[in-house]
Design a protein around this ligand. Structure first.
Ligand SMILES: NC(=O)c1ccc[n+]([C@@H]2O[C@H](COP(=O)([O-])OP(=O)(O)OC[C@H]3O[C@@H](n4cnc5c(N)ncnc54)[C@H](O)[C@@H]3O)[C@@H](O)[C@H]2O)c1
Length: 352
């Protein structure tokens, strides 16, 4: 029996913390007629046989990474489903990183005005962030995630053994979101991570499992209280206002989690200068992120360009930049109307 975390959104569903994702998936699909597995070629080779009861599995192989999150791929998925005669009682399963689960979920949200789907995240970022929370979507030429829908999965199956094959870089990038969860809601995460390096963590499955579980719980609690992001859900964007600007400025050459790490570093400087956090909390950002080899500076930036990119952030109200802040680990607030000079000063500290 798996441990589980229940998410109450527009539907209530469980995130299963599974010892063996295959047997969890078999249990959930054995009474289905058709199931489309949306995945990438490299994952398909690792998935192997999924037969369960009378369920017929069809593979829909999509390009890896952001390329797989395009309207063209979405169109392909719709056509696959229609050609295979998928009905409202059939199922889509997305197996892969956040890019795969985002597009699989969006295909499920839109095909026949919504069919059920299950997420099997294979990356840390996917497990603690993308697959939980019901946001699904695709990219346009003009930007990431510009189309999408809220459509919660039927279940999420998290099996941390997937992480063994992640590169250190992708493993660390996913952990940036775990650190974020520590700062916004669960400071115990920060205590557990203190002094940890990537090597320590990779060697300690129990600790990784605990950190993943805690981060999913943070997301479940926040999403359960504010599914469509009217206020509380914004807190999940701690570090993301500057982070998203860096991500776009770097033309997506950095991992999302690396940009979030730089964004949290920016916030640490800004919050210290504004008297919102203590020197100790400021320093904690840098000790944890640096131990994980996550970047805390971005030297290729241009302040005016980054500021313009920040102004396109979802949290901007009118023309006012708005940041999610913490006052201490676990306590969030918002900051608006910060003087340009203060923002520029914080930028100066991360642009070294
Ligand atoms: N829906 C949401 O709420 C939400 C939240 C955060 C991020 N996202 C989205 O998630 C995506 C980022 O997630 P990601 O970092 O998982 O990106 P990704 O899906 O692009 O995966 C990153 C790389 O890791 C590889 N990979 C995945 N699992 C692996 C494994 N077990 N072993 C080896 N390689 C593996 C992938 O093939 C890919 O090359 C972005 O598209 C982002 O917009 C969505």
């Amino acid at each position: 029996m798996s441990e589980k975390i229940t998410v109450s959104a527009e539907r209530t569903y469980d995130v299963l913390l599974a010892a063996d994702w295959r047997s969890s998936l078999r249990e959930l699909t054995h009474n289905k007629v058709r199931c489309a597995i949306v995945t990438t070629q490299s994952m398909k080779e690792r998935i192997g046989n999924l037969e369960a009861g009378d369920c017929e599995f069809t593979y829909c192989v999509i390009p890896d990474g952001e390329e797989g999150k395009s309207p063209a791929v979405l169109m392909q998925l719709w056509n696959w489903l229609a050609a295979a005669g998928f009905t409202r009682s059939d199922l889509i399963v997305g197996i892969g990183g956040g890019a795969v689960t985002d597009i699989a979920g969006f295909a499920a949200a839109t095909y026949l005005r919504g069919i059920d789907w299950i997420a099997v995240p294979t990356s840390v970022a996917g497990a603690v962030d993308a697959a939980v929370g019901g946001k699904t979507g695709a990219n346009l030429d003009y930007g990431k995630n510009l189309i999408g829908s809220f459509h919660s999965p039927l279940n999420v199956i998290v099996d941390i053994s997937w992480f063994d094959s992640l590169s250190d870089r992708d493993f660390a990038a996913g952990l940036a979101e775990v650190v974020k969860c520590g700062f916004i809601k669960d400071p115990e995460i920060l205590s557990l991570m203190a002094g940890c390096t990537i090597a320590n963590l990779r060697a300690d499955q129990g600790l990784v499992s605990d950190l993943v579980k805690r981060s999913i719980q943070v997301k479940a609690d926040v999403v359960g209280a504010d599914f469509t992001e009217s206020y509380l859900r914004e807190t999940l964007n701690y570090g993301h206002t500057f982070g998203h600007a860096v991500e776009k400025h770097a033309k997506y050459s950095l991992r999302h989690g690396e940009c979030v790490s730089i964004g949290m570093a920016f916030m640490a400087h800004l919050q210290l200068a504004q008297g919102l956090i203590s020197q100790e909390v400021h320093d904690l950002h840098f000790s944890i992120l640096s131990s994980l080899d996550l970047p805390v500076t971005y030297s290729q930036g241009d302040w005016l360009e980054l500021k313009a990119l920040m102004s396109m952030d979802k949290k901007v109200r009118g023309n006012t930049l708005r940041f999610v802040t913490i006052t201490e680990p676990g306590k969030c607030d918002r900051l608006e109307g910060v003087a340009d000079s203060a923002l520029y000063e914080a930028y100066g500290k991360v642009s070294l």
